[in-house]
Design a protein around this ligand. Sequence first.
Ligand SMILES: Nc1ncnc2c1ncn2[C@@H]1O[C@H](COP(=O)(O)OP(=O)(O)OP(=O)(O)O)[C@@H](O)[C@H]1O
Length: 634
Amino acid sequence: MSRITKLPVSTSKENRPGLSNTRSIGRNLVSTLSDVDKKNLILNHTKPLRNGVTSTAPAPRLKRAATAPAAPNPPKLNKVEKKPSVVAPKIPPYDYKARFNDLLQKHKVMKEEFTDLKEKHEEISDDYEKIKEKAQSSTSERDLLKEKLLNSLNDLRDQTAEYDKIKLDCDLKNHEIEDLHRKTKILQEVADNLKKKSAEFDKLQMEFDDLTRRHTGLKEEAEALRVLTEHLKRISIEHDKLKLDYKDAQELISKYKTDTESLQNILANMYKEQRELRNTVQDLKGNIRVYCRIRPPLESEATKNLFNLNVLDECSIEVEKIELNSASHSTRKGKAQQSFTFDGIFTRHSRQEDVFAEVSPMIQSALDGYNVCIFAYGQTGSGKTFTMEGGAGTEQYGIIPRAFNMIFTYIEDLKRMGWELTIKASFLEIYNEVIYDLLNSSKDQVSHDIKMVNSKGADVYVSNLKEEEVKNSHDFIRLMIFAQRNRQTAATLNNERSSRSHSVTQIKISAINEQRKEKFMSQLNLVDLAGSESGKTTQRMDETKHINRSLSELSKVILSLQTNQSHIPYRNSKLTHLLMPSLGGNSKTLMLVNINQFDECFNETLNSLRFATKVNSCRTVKAKKNITMVDSFN
Ligand SMILES: Nc1ncnc2c1ncn2[C@@H]1O[C@H](COP(=O)(O)OP(=O)(O)OP(=O)(O)O)[C@@H](O)[C@H]1O
């Protein structure tokens, strides 16, 4: 009864894919197997399948084996399972016929089920056989593999043994290598030590060599010392001898010294006397002295007509103009003969050194402490610049460079008498009443004025004027050339300016004698005056006016001095103002009047000679020396 009632439930379970069905089939199938078969089946399924690997899941294998053949049969099972899906009407207990029919029906179903199961059992048995066969082949394969494994294990064991051997060798080698490393390190240290020792050895060797050298040197020095000592001994003997000689010589020197001093005193006194004598002579000759120099015609001027010029004696000349009678072509005397007398005449044959021989006492006076002024007067081209500056070559040197040579020669004599001299030079030009510094080559010149040195008013100086100290005649020649170039540059810029300007070379001499406690300062002015031609003969009226004015002022100053006027008009022109210290009482003046002998220049020559005569007739008061005792300056 219970089975009948449970049937619909089990039927509903069979609707799921036939797993539970398969289990029940397996259970049924197992129940049909004999004990031996069961054992074999278990044994076979627990044996290793391949390569000795044992299956640990026999149950699923069994399930799969059991279910695998059942797969194609589901329709049959479904057919069986579908039948109970129709719920049978409950059969009353008393209806035995219905109950019998029902049982029959159930019997029929079970019978069909049994037939199906039988078929399945057969199928499974077949599968089982196949699997059994496979299991057997797997076992043999496993044995084969087992054998191979054993062989491999043996090989492995052999190789392991060999590996161990190699490893051992390797360890040994490593050990040896470490040992070698250690040894190498030790060797390296030894090598380093050796290197150090070698360096030390080299150093020691050098020291040794040095010591050897020094030793040799010392040996030589010792030898030299020995020689020297011997020499010294000899010298010492000589020294003792010389000492005695020296004592004698010293006595002699002190005697000479006394003699020298007395001689020097005599010399100084003689020098003083000579100076005074020179001065007296010059005073007698006059403080304003005038010389006339006649310029020879140049080669290019050989064809020019000359007027008559006779040199009467050393101091006088006579001039006379000759005129041609146009009708008879005979010569006839023109203007009356005129004679002029000066302190000296330099003919056309006089050389530069002849002129300087006469002039040098004036330079000497400057070195004796007097203010001196030497100027060259005359018309353009009469030879003023040639007389003052000269030409190229020492023979052609004029008064200025010769004066310097003389100053520097004489300085040496003065030095011997205890005098120290400082010479300063400046070069200037007066053009149209404006002063230009010839040592300043810049175009923009500052203005220069003539100023008083002190309130006494005797001395003057030019403001902003460059003054160069001159140590020797070369220095001076260099400066003179520089000044000449500057003057020429200005002349080029201002057509023939050099002829139309007064050029002044100023030399300042300061001397001190410490021994005699004396000092003096003097000034030497060397002037190359502008051409003196009259306004009628020149077209450059403006320049001429300035020149003539300054020359006439010069003549006025000289005349005022001559007539002992209380007022001397120095300040009326730049030239006279500048020359004030050299023209006034405390000075010596020398004028060189330069003349041409050309017919065409006759009138200008006459003018020049007359001007010079006027100057010559002027005698200043006795010149006073600027020398002072040093103490009174302090
Ligand atoms: N005594 C002389 N012996 C030879 N040549 C002379 C003599 N005097 C002047 N000369 C020459 O005559 C020329 C004119 O002379 P210099 O230039 O000295 O004249 P200057 O009066 O200075 O003229 P300027 O007023 O133009 O300067 C120059 O060539 C110069 O060398």
